[in-house]
Design a protein around this ligand. Structure first.
Ligand code: GDP
Length: 365
């Protein structure tokens, strides 16, 4: 199902993921009323609960919209769906392009469906927020899984800031959970801040890597190893099996360096072949074990609660930044003080104070 269809079915709805929360309060009632004529929140709510695929897609498109009226309706829908959400296991998956994420999700997803699960796959593609092109958007990915009734693959929201895309993805999780999907996989490519964003919205964060011995290891960011709770060296097959085992040992050693000894969970490093379906059961076994350890210790719920607080603040920060950047008074002041600063006429501290004063002057009632 293409975006064209969705956009058509939602009238003039735009799919740019944005974050300015303030737009919601500023929107005129008649604009919301008009939007309501095209989008029936009650119907959407019922249809999502009933697992209607077309309506699930519409609901997610609504969440991704940056149009102020759609924001209002989206929040109404979310508040109603919220009590029905939260029951899925949320699994994050990261790794560089080509590491085998989609092959892994396809193999794992088919296994989970055979076991009676319903699987939603969401993506956060940081490349799409800049170029509108997409690393993860290839339609041929996960062909078998996407044909399954019990699977739903939703590509990354196609534009906006990373914060906006992350927000849309987090909110989409509510829709899929309310619709009865009990495993949510959120994938991202291993670049930039998107890994942090994904790790902050999942129950377990998994890192896929490739064999390439020491030199490859250098390229792996320490931050990713700190976040990773399960590490899998993929493509451990054929002539690559031995190097993969070696890489797994090296990575396991690297993990011990960056993680604390007295942590509740010691991240396992395994080898896997997504194409040969080797190690997928072991991989999922670790996910389940992690889930059990976290639940038994009370950390599972604690983590979700903390994530809520974290999300709230990230939206506040993002919205403030957006308002700062679009504030006309600030833009005017900025030009002047940047010039003065470059000429050495004022200090950076004074310049910063002026910019903030310009912001406060219009944002304070
Ligand atoms: P992604 O970009 O991380 O989603 O990677 P893909 O899943 O699209 O895989 C990239 C390429 O690697 C494809 O040609 C896959 O067939 C291949 N591939 C994925 N997993 C394996 C594996 O376990 N073994 C081998 N030999 N190739 C794999």
């Amino acid at each position: 199902m293409g975006n064209d269809f969705l956009e058509h079915s939602l009238g003039s709805l735009t799919t740019t993921a944005g974050t300015d929360l303030g737009a919601q309060t500023a929107v005129a009632p008649e604009v919301v009323k008009r939007a309501r004529q095209r989008i029936d929140v009650d119907k959407l709510y019922e249809a999502v609960l009933a697992g209607d695929r077309t309506q699930i897609a519409r609901a997610v498109t609504l969440l991704e919209s940056s149009a102020p009226a759609h924001r209002v309706l989206a929040q109404e829908l979310l508040v109603r769906l919220l009590p029905h959400s939260g029951k899925a296991l949320r699994v994050g998956l990261t790794g560089v392009p080509g590491v085998g994420k989609s092959t892994t999700i396809e193999t794992l997803g088919m296994k989970l469906i055979r076991e009676g699960h319903r699987v939603a796959v969401l993506a956060i593609d940081p490349s799409s927020t800049k170029t509108r092109g997409s690393i993860l958007g290839d339609k041929t990915r996960m062909a078998k899984l996407s044909a399954e009734d019990n699977a739903f693959i939703r590509p990354s929201p196609s534009a906006g800031t990373l914060g906006g895309v992350a927000k849309a993805t987090r909110e989409s999780m509510v829709v899929f959970e309310a619709a009865g999907y009990d495993v949510i996989i959120v994938e991202t490519v291993g670049v930039g801040q998107s890994e942090v964003a994904v790790s902050q919205m999942v129950d377990v964060f998994c890192f896929l890597a490739l064999a390439g011995a020491g030199d490859q290891l250098q390229g792996i960011k320490k931050g990713v190893l700190e976040m990773a709770e399960i590490v899998a060296i993929n493509k451990a097959d054929g002539p690559n099996l031995k190097p993969a085992k070696r890489a797994a040992r090296e990575l396991a050693a690297a993990m011990r360096m960056v993680r604390s000894e007295n942590e509740l969970w010691h991240p396992p490093t395994i080898t896997m072949s997504a194409v040969e379906h080797e190690g997928i059961d072991e991989f999922w076994g670790h996910v389940m074990e992690h889930h059990k350890v976290m639940q038994d210790s009370g950390q599972f719920e604690e983590r979700r609660r903390e994530q809520q607080v974290g999300w709230m603040w990230s939206m506040v920060h993002e919205t403030l930044l957006q308002r700062l950047n679009t504030n006309l008074n600030v833009v005017e002041t900025q030009k002047r003080v940047e010039h003065q600063l470059r000429q050495g006429e004022i200090t950076a501290t004074l310049a910063a104070q002026e910019v903030l004063a310009a912001f406060d002057a219009v944002s304070e009632p």
